[in-house]
Design a protein around this ligand. Structure first.
Ligand SMILES: [Zn+2]
Length: 58
């Protein structure tokens, strides 16, 4: 199975995605499509460990 976001191999931990980052990207797509919330969700980069705390800091 491959990640629907970047097509790399999926990580069982984040199935069907390869990483937390891709899972967040997908979630953000859904959220943006449904609720059009501010862009705080998009600031997830290299380490893939950011998320909620990014929102809190803004
Ligand atoms: Zn991916």
């Amino acid at each position: 199975m491959s990640c629907p976001i970047c097509a790399r191999d999926a990580d069982p931990k984040y199935t069907p995605f390869c990483s937390r980052r891709c899972a967040d990207v997908d979630l953000a797509k859904w959220l943006n499509g449904s609720y059009a919330i501010p862009a705080a969700v998009t600031d997830v980069d290299e380490d893939g460990e950011t998320g909620q705390d990014e929102v809190a800091r803004q």
